[in-house]
Design a protein around this ligand. Structure first.
Ligand code: ARG
Length: 451
C-alpha cells in the first residue's frame, strides 16, 4: 500500500508485530458499509461514474458474502481489515478498486468502523440486560413474599423479601442499560471525511455519508475525530460497571447456596461437581462471573493507559484499542446470557429463608422505632434497645421473649407485638421500602417496562 516510498520489504517480525487482521476482521461488515457510503459520495462528487460505483458496490458486497461464507482468505501481510478488503476489491475488479481510497484514510475509516461496531453491539448488550432483568423479575415474582434477612457488613440487619432483594439487581441493570444508551447516543456521529487528520482537498458530502450509515451527524474537528477513543473508553467503563453488578449478584448467590445459608438451590445444569469430593455442587458460573469482572476492569485500564500519553492525532498505539473492546463485549454478552439461564432456573428454599428471617434481632430497630412513636428520643430508644439486646445475649433469651417492661418502663406491655415479621414488613410502605405491597407494585411496574 505504500510501496512508492520504500525500497525494502517489511520485516516479517514487524508484520507479525503490527498486524491486527487476526482480530479486527470482525469489523468487516461495518468496513464494507462505510466503503459503500464513501464510494457513493465519490460518485456524487463526480470521482466515479455510475458504472464504476456499481462495480465497487457489487465487489464489496461479494467480498462480504465470501467472508460470511468462510471463503475469504485474510492475509497478515495486508495488516488489517481495511487493507485486506481494499486489496481484494482491486484484485477482483481491477483499477476501479484503486479509486476507492481517495479522500479517506484508514484513520477515519477505523474510527468509523469501531463506532458502527460499538453501536451494533450496544443494542445487543441492552437486549441481553433486558433478558437478565426478565429472569430476575420472574424469580422476584415467584418469591415476592419470602422473607429473608437483609444484610449490612454481611451481618443480619433488617427483614426484606427475596422479591425486594432480586429487584435491586433489576434496578442496577436498568441503569446499565441507560448508560449504554447514553454512550450509543454520544458515539453516533460520523468521523468519515476527517481523512488522516486534516480532512481532504476532495470535499465529499459528509452529511450524506453519515445519513447513509445512520449516524445522527458528522464530527466537527478532524483532529479530534481521528484521535478520539472516548466512545470505546465509555463503553468499556459501562461494561466494567455492569460486570461489577453481576459480580455482586454472584457473590450473593455464592453465599446463598452455601450450606451455611442454604437460601437458594442452583440447577444441576448451572453448577459443577468436584473430581475428588463426591458431595460437591459448586456455583462455578457465579465464581467465573466474579472472576471475569477483573478482566472487564482490566480492559478499561488497558485502554485508558494506552491513550493517556498520546499526542494528537493518530498514533499506532490506538490499534491496541480493539482487543480489550472485543474481549469486554464478548465476555459481557456471554456472562449476561449464562446468568439469565441460571437465574431463571434457580429455586429459593423457603424454609431456610424463613429460618434465618425469624431471628428476632432483625426487629431490634423496629423496637427502637416503637419507642420513638411513644415519644422517646431516638438516641435514648437506641440505647434502651441496645441494653435489651445485651441482656438477650447474656441471658441466652431470644429478644422477643424478654420481659421488656421489666427492663425499662418505657416499654409498654404491647412492646412484644413489634416482633411480627408480617407487621414489620407491612409498616414499610414508603416508596422504595420492602412492604409486600410495594414489592408487588414494583413487579407490576417492571413487567410493563420490560415488555
Ligand atoms: N489497523 C489500524 C488500527 O486499528 C488502522 C489505522 C492505521 N493507520 C495508520 N496510520 N497506520 O488502528
Amino acid at each position: 500500500m505504500w510501496k512508492g516510498r520504500f525500497t525494502q520489504d517489511t520485516s516479517s517480525l514487524v508484520e507479525q508485530f503490527g498486524e491486527s487482521i487476526t482480530y479486527d476482521w470482525r469489523l468487516y461488515a461495518h468496513d464494507v458499509a462505510g466503503s459503500i457510503a464513501h464510494a457513493r459520495a465519490q460518485s456524487m462528487a463526480g470521482l466515479l461514474t455510475d458504472e464504476e460505483f456499481s462495480i465497487i458496490e457489487k465487489g464489496l458486497i461479494e467480498i462480504q458474502a465470501d467472508i460470511e461464507a468462510g471463503k475469504f482468505e485474510f492475509k497478515t501481510s495486508l495488516e488489517d481489515i481495511h487493507m485486506n478488503i481494499e486489496a481484494e476489491l482491486t484484485n477482483r475488479i481491477g483499477p476501479t478498486g484503486a479509486k476507492l481510497h481517495a479522500a479517506r484514510s484508514r484513520n477515519d475509516q477505523v474510527a468509523t468502523d469501531t463506532r458502527l461496531y460499538c453501536r451494533t453491539e450496544i443494542d445487543l448488550l441492552i437486549a441481553a440486560c433486558s433478558h437478565l432483568q426478565g429472569a430476575l423479575l420472574d424469580r422476584a415474582q415467584a418469591y415476592a413474599d419470602i422473607v429473608i434477612p437483609g444484610y449490612t457488613h454481611l451481618q443480619r440487619g433488617q427483614p426484606v423479601t427475596v422479591g425486594h432483594h432480586l429487584l435491586a439487581y433489576v434496578e442496577m441493570l436498568e441503569r446499565d442499560k441507560s448508560r449504554l444508551a447514553d454512550c450509543r447516543q454520544r458515539l453516533n456521529i460520523c468521523p468519515l471525511g476527517s481523512g488522516a487528520l486534516a480532512g481532504s482537498t476532495i470535499n465529499l458530502d459528509r452529511e450524506a455519508i453519515a445519513k447513509e450509515l445512520d449516524f445522527d451527524g458528522v464530527t466537527t474537528n478532524s483532529m479530534d475525530a481521528i484521535a478520539d477513543r472516548d466512545h470505546i473508553a465509555e463503553l468499556l467503563f459501562v461494561i466494567a460497571l455492569c460486570g461489577a453488578h453481576l459480580s455482586r449478584l454472584s457473590e450473593d448467590l455464592i453465599l446463598w447456596c452455601s450450606a451455611e445459608f442454604g437460601f437458594v438451590t442452583l440447577s444441576d445444569a448451572h453448577t459443577t461437581g468436584s473430581s475428588l469430593m463426591p458431595q460437591k455442587k459448586n456455583p462455578d458460573v457465579c465464581e467465573l462471573t466474579r472472576g471475569k469482572t477483573g478482566r472487564l476492569v482490566g480492559n478499561l485500564m488497558n485502554l485508558l493507559v494506552a491513550i493517556k500519553g498520546l499526542p494528537l492525532t493518530y498514533n499506532r498505539d490506538l490499534q491496541e484499542d480493539k482487543p480489550p473492546l472485543f474481549d469486554s463485549i464478548d465476555t459481557l454478552k456471554l456472562t449476561l446470557a449464562v446468568n439469565t439461564e441460571m437465574i431463571a432456573a434457580m429455586e429459593m428454599n423457603q424454609d431456610a429463608c424463613e429460618g434465618a428471617a425469624c431471628d428476632p434481632m432483625l426487629l431490634a430497630t423496629d423496637l427502637a422505632d416503637y419507642l420513638v412513636k411513644k415519644g422517646v428520643p431516638f438516641r435514648n430508644a437506641h440505647e434502651l434497645v441496645g441494653k435489651a439486646v445485651a441482656e438477650s445475649i447474656a441471658s441466652k433469651t431470644p429478644l422477643d421473649q424478654l420481659d421488656l417492661p421489666a427492663l425499662d418502663e418505657a416499654f409498654g406491655s404491647d412492646a412484644s407485638e413489634v416482633f411480627s415479621l408480617k407487621k414489620a414488613l407491612e409498616a414499610r410502605t414508603n416508596p422504595g421500602a420492602p412492604s409486600i405491597e410495594n414489592v408487588k407494585s414494583q413487579i407490576t411496574r417492571w413487567k410493563k417496562l420490560l415488555t
